[in-house]
Design a protein around this ligand. Structure first.
Ligand code: E4P
Length: 224
């Protein structure tokens, strides 16, 4: 299992990378919008400098048409670095763009995936990652566990090198389900990771241990 941060907030990325086993960072235009009118490419380079060259960085195109998406991908390769996975929505234009990007050797993440067929086509088009939208599927009455399990089954059956990058989570329980359904990686807002660990019952248990220690040893800790 790999955990990625679905944010472009530099402070959150720095803080989470100190605490959690973070494997990479994803964003989309809505996520970047929260950071205000930043210099896009400089901001992405800053994220890269925090996470390092070996951690996957996924950056989404903004153009609506295939030609524009390929131009966006070229610019990301040139102005950020050539290790970036370029996120392309799995649409008609997106699939067309993937062909051209594949021919150029550009790493690809197929995103905005709401169905098995979108995932299958992205795999066949050579996407390195596919990003099924867990919460958004659930909101539409689509079973995200079933979609992810089917994608995982096809990857295993035919040996596709594609990895499932589950996305669009609103709570830690959804992340549990995505991993259990077969997603190798999942990207989430830092608040989901923090809320998974920072819980009153966990803190209460730790406090009880501390109180029991102090009842015998006072304020003297183990290594004092
Ligand atoms: C990830 O890269 C996706 O763009 C993102 O998780 C979508 O999440 P949302 O449904 O919260 O917008």
């Amino acid at each position: 299992m790999k955990y990625l941060l679905d944010t472009a907030n530099l402070d959150d990325i720095r803080r989470c990378c100190e605490i959690f086993p973070i494997a990479g960072v994803t964003s989309n235009p809505s996520i970047v919008k929260r950071e205000g009118n930043v210099d896009f490419f400089a901001h992405m380079r800053e994220i890269r400098s925090i996470i390092g060259m070996d951690s996957p960085l996924h950056i989404q195109v903004t153009a609506p048409d295939a030609e524009g998406m390929v131009r966006d991908a070229d610019a990301i390769m040139e102005k950020v670095d050539s290790n970036v996975f370029v996120k392309v929505p799995v649409t008609l234009e997106g699939l067309k763009a993937m062909k051209a990007m594949k021919a150029k050797g550009i790493p690809i993440t197929g995103t905005v995936v709401y169905s098995k067929q979108q995932g299958f086509l992205a795999m066949e088009a050579g996407a390195d990652y596919i990003a099924p939208y867990f919460n958004r599927m659930e909101n539409l009455g689509i079973d995200p566990d079933d979609v992810i399990a089917s994608l995982a089954e096809m990857i295993a059956l035919y040996g596709y090198p594609t990895q499932i990058l589950a996305a669009s989570f609103k709570n830690a329980g959804q992340v549990d389900r995505a991993f259990l359904a077969g997603a190798q990686t999942a990207t989430m807002d830092p608040s989901i990771l923090i809320s998974a660990i920072s819980q009153p019952h966990i803190d209460g248990a730790v406090e009880q241990f501390m109180n029991d220690w102090k009842a015998v040893h006072g304020e003297t800790l183990l290594c004092q």
